[in-house]
Design a protein around this ligand. Structure first.
Ligand SMILES: [Zn+2]
Length: 986
């Protein structure tokens, strides 16, 4: 943070002096205890601290903080000149979206009308600094804290508003910069808005600092949000507890009252009181520890952490635990540590190695050094998301960070590397430069989801991550964005629960895909330069997408590549959906035309699905040199280009790097199919995958006859690459699911068996050494078992029985298949033994596999019992509910039971899973293979009565999926069955 900044014609200087106050006496809560503490303290010559009353304590705190800010008047919104806009201008609302009208009916906790009608805080408040002392009590589950917030206002006011959620405020004290107390005339809390309104007797004047002291109480929860408790069992079989925070998007306010909006950045000086059996971690390194046992309880210590840089509330974090750690240093000397329960610390080496290398990669790629002195990564036994990018203190669920080289599969190791790289990308993109408001979340998440692949690709080249990128990001995002119930990546959100609804595949995967496409247009060098410029000029500040586009445009201009990035990218971020590119050839001339990709149930009058166009960077390769890419712009509805006569065939959307689909005229499909069948390696693996993905999808929405993708599939007998196989199997798995009770299923299963037999025979069960070969083997063996290939099932069940008897350990890459097959074809005793092994396992990746495998049971009683376990947190941790339900829903008998279970336990699931956004994916898993009108009306009837809150989009997406399934069956089921019968002897 620069020591001076210019803004609004004033020059302000931060001259904050460190001046700590050890005013912790009141944190024990009861006066008797305070008196005892005071007496003890008097004996030990520390009377100043302990003899003060609670009110005095808070006054001391505030006076000191206020005086320390005597000259300091930082204006956070002063911005250096560069590629940015002077002021935040909200982007126009995407078409079809309305801003929620403020309700006039917000009430206070005492039932009066709440004076502020907006879910957003007043624009005139600017926090500067928080001093927070907090004690998470792991015995009583109480949370106690006191704090001083220094802030200023930009206009005269007699009220301020801040956020608070489930906290009891015991005392407020407001002082001006000279230490003079300002009377708070009234205070109100509004539960619905999660706000506190404080009205002062006199005015607060612009650009003067004030300090608000607050004492508060709350509780640690088990909801995996705010400050919560987690636990693990140590080697002595004792349960050990830890306190963890998770604040994104709006849970910092559940830990301490604050101005909880991402643009209200401030510095944080955090102190944590904890028992001496534990230690505390926070965003910054420890400054000092002091014994506070005299004043509080024996054995209590207080850790003071260095003051943070300017940052958003949602990135504040702390952990109180007794973990072990391993440490390394980046090449620039930043300390990187991984923390895990002592028994599991040996599984942290892979993460430490990846994190250290990824930090070096990002410092080089971004051209901006990591701004903090340390980075900690913590494996948390109970964690709702995959991980959280808290600045300097990244938290992960165990399976997303711990790797046992002997026991963790290749796929899981890759997942760990990806999650680490994702969170570390946020340390710059998100933490250093932050979105102004949550409607720009996609830029944070899209960017991290793109960079995670580039980073891992760079540090482990032979994993071929960029081919896998299309599989995991582009294809999944296209599949969701074709629904009429999708949404634009830039979407208006206000309410906290609405904010949570946009942490979805559109923000993450479509965001990542369109950035990948843009990098292709600009070239990596320009992209990097624009990014460095963006981070440099906006560091510690907040931005909107336009700031980023502007920096990229400048970088392009400096390289004589005049691309107006905003004009292009607005077409991809402000409207939902994506283009379908029609291609036809007239001798030398190729006609290119775009239309919005049609969703089956789109209502043409629907304002949310305007008939739009995109600025499409069209790429293609030709038969002359399939490794050479050509590019052209499709800016309007159509464009033509010329190819030499010698071009026999061409394939559009090279390597599926563009976020669109391609529909060729019939003869061109035939040519491309021919290439696949006769000489498939003349196209890259990504191009082969992209042809399959487009052909299947176009058939699904009724544009392409099913015979085209089916004929194409025949080339798979020769395919030995992971990405095309994974793409094909994803589509075939979908068809198997919706045909599971239909007559065409038999033909399809026979056809798939024929396709995979050659590659199954070649790969077999022998252990592979190459990374991508291992991934392919896992795909093929898993498919072989799923479609009932007898040799595959026998081998898997044989290995399962060997494992069950604890005789032979199974190779990590075969475990998922072996465990799930063993359970699927096993009995209750197999299930119970596996359950017992799950309880005993200390390997998080192993636990995850076992949790999934147990959902493969075919016995309805076992399935039902397993589903019911999810309602008992002693059996299934709440972080794992989704894994369990998802795996049960994947198998045929389990699917029906899952839907029944969801309906019967709707309210309980809403509670344990933390709301509709968490159970949306469960609903989707339970309904995604439904394909009859009867099922559709049953689901519709249930949702019409259930309380779905802001989750209507997720549920609408489930309903649309069922309608699409019905549509496909009516249109293509018979054609598919007949084609397979006539062309494959199945
Ligand atoms: Zn993220």
């Amino acid at each position: 943070m620069p020591s001076s900044a210019v803004g609004n014609n004033r020059v302000y200087q931060d001259q904050d002096h460190e001046n700590e106050v050890d005013d912790v006496a009141f944190l024990t809560g009861d006066r008797e205890h305070q008196q005892a503490a005071a007496n003890r303290a008097a004996t030990y010559e520390k009377p100043i601290i302990a003899s003060c009353t609670p009110k005095q304590a808070i006054i001391v705190l505030i006076v000191v903080i206020a005086s320390s800010f005597l000259i300091s008047i930082i204006i956070a919104f002063a911005r250096p000149i560069g590629c940015q806009y002077p002021e935040f201008i909200p982007p126009p609302l995407p078409k079809g979206y309305r801003l929620r009208k403020p309700s006039a009916n917000y009430l206070t906790t005492t039932g009066e009308a709440y004076p502020w009608k907006d879910i957003r805080l007043p624009k005139f408040i600017r926090p500067l600094k928080y001093r927070i002392q907090i004690r998470p009590n792991l015995t009583t589950r109480a949370l106690k804290g006191q704090m001083g917030i220094t802030f200023y206002v930009t206009e005269e006011t007699n009220f301020i508003i801040l956020h608070s959620r489930n906290l009891t405020i015991n005392e407020y004290l407001l002082r001006d910069v000279r230490g003079k107390e300002l009377t708070i005339r009234r205070s109100h809390e509004c539960i619905e808005l999660q706000q506190i309104y404080l009205e002062t007797r006199g005015s607060l004047f612009p650009y003067q600092n004030y300090t608000l002291g607050i004492r508060f109480d709350g509780n640690l929860t088990e909801s995996l949000e705010g400050v919560y408790m987690s636990k693990y069992t140590n080697s002595k079989n004792r349960t050990r507890f830890l306190a963890v925070t998770h604040f994104e998007p709006t849970y910092a306010r559940a830990a301490f009252p604050c101005f909880d909006e991402p643009h209200l950045k401030a510095k944080f000086k955090i102190s944590i009181i904890r028992h001496r059996d534990h230690f505390a971690l926070s965003n910054m390194p420890l400054e000092k520890t002091e014994d506070v046992g005299f004043f509080l309880e024996r054995g209590l210590l207080q850790d003071h952490f260095q003051e943070t840089v300017q940052m958003s509330t949602y990135l504040v974090a702390f952990v109180v635990c007794d973990f072990s750690k391993i440490t390394n240093k980046t090449s620039r000397g930043v300390s990187v540590s991984v923390y895990a329960p002592p028994d599991q610390i040996t599984q942290a080496s892979f993460a430490l190695d990846v994190a250290t290398k990824v930090m070096d990669f990002y410092e080089d790629f971004f051209g901006v050094p990591y701004p903090l002195p340390k980075l900690d990564l913590v494996a948390v036994p109970d964690f709702g998301a995959g991980a959280m990018e808290n600045w300097g203190l990244v938290t992960y669920r165990e399976a997303a960070i711990l790797v046992d080289p002997e026991q963790t599969s290749t796929k899981s190791q890759q997942y760990v590397a990806i999650v680490i790289a994702h969170e570390l990308a946020h340390q710059w993109f998100g933490n250093l430069v932050t979105m102004d408001w949550w409607n720009e979340l996609w830029l944070n998440e899209g960017f991290a989801s793109f960079l995670e692949y580039k980073a891992v690709n760079s540090i482990i080249g032979n994993w071929r991550m960029m081919d896998q990128f299309i599989l995991e990001k582009t294809q999944t995002a296209l599949a969701l964005d074709e629904l009429s119930t999708s949404h634009p990546v830039s979407v208006s959100v206000d309410d906290p629960s609405e904010i949570e609804s946009i942490f979805d595949a559109i923000s993450y995967n479509k965001g990542a895909s369109i950035l990948y496409m843009l990098e292709g247009v600009l070239g990596e060098e320009i992209f990097k330069q624009g990014l460095t410029n963006y981070l440099e000029t906006n560091k510690y500040l907040n931005t909107v997408s336009d700031n980023f586009w502007e920096c990229l445009s400048i970088a392009a201009r400096n390289s004589s590549n005049d691309v107006h990035v905003k004009t292009i990218m607005d077409t991809w971020t402000q409207q939902m959906g994506f283009p379908l590119i029609y291609i036809s050839r007239d001798e030398k001339i190729v006609h290119v035309k775009q239309e919005m990709f049609p969703s089956i149930f789109r209502n043409s009058n629907d304002p949310e699905r305007p008939n739009s166009t995109w600025k499409v960077p069209v790429s293609f390769v030709t038969s002359i040199d399939p490794t050479r890419e050509f590019h052209l712009w499709l800016n309007g509805s159509s464009v033509d280009f010329e190819v030499p006569d010698s071009v026999v065939w061409f394939k559009m959307n090279s390597k599926q790097s563009g976020f669109y689909r391609v529909m060729y005229e019939e003869s061109l499909w035939a040519q491309l199919t021919d290439i696949l069948l006769k000489n498939h390696t003349s196209l890259s693996a990504a191009d082969r995958a992209s042809l399959l993905d487009d052909a299947f999808t176009l058939n699904r929405v009724g544009i392409l006859n099913v015979s085209t993708p089916l004929l194409m599939l025949k080339y798979l007998e020769k395919e030995r690459d992971h990405v095309p196989w994974a793409t094909a199997l994803r589509h075939l798995n979908y068809l198997q699911q919706i045909l599971s009770l239909r007559k065409a299923k038999e033909n399809l299963v026979c056809f798939i068996q024929k396709l995979i037999t050659p590659v199954y025979n070649e790969l077999g069960w022998k252990l592979r050494t190459k990374h991508v070969e291992k991934l392919l083997q896992e795909e093929i063996l898993s498919a072989a078992v799923k479609i009932g290939m007898v040799p595959a099932i026998s081998q898997a069940t044989k290995l399962f029985q060997q494992w069950r008897g604890a005789k032979t350990p199974i190779s990590p890459d075969l475990r998922e298949i072996v465990y799930s097959t063993g359970i699927r074809y096993g009995d209750k005793s197999d299930w119970d033994t596996t359950w017992k092994k799950l309880q005993e396992s200390k390997i998080s990746s192993e636990k995850r596999l076992l949790l999934k495998a147990l959902g493969s049971a075919m016995d309805p009683w076992l399935i039902q019992r397993y589903l019911e376990f999810t309602l008992d947190q002693n059996k299934i941790r709440s972080q794992d509910i989704r894994t369990v339900v998802d795996s049960v829903a994947q198998n045929s008998p389990g699917n029906l039971l899952t839907w029944r279970f969801v309906k019967l336990n709707w309210n309980k699931l809403l509670n344990v899973e933390g709301g509709i956004h968490s159970i949306g994916p469960i609903v989707n898993a339970a309904t995604s293979r439904m394909a009859t009108n009867l099922e559709l009306s049953e689901v519709e009837a249930f949702f019409s009565k259930a309380d779905v809150g802001h989750g209507h989009r997720l549920l609408d997406q489930s309903l649309e999926t069922i309608r699409n399934n019905i549509f496909w069956l009516e249109k293509s089921e018979d054609l598919l069955g007949n084609w397979i019968k006539s062309n494959t002897m199945c």
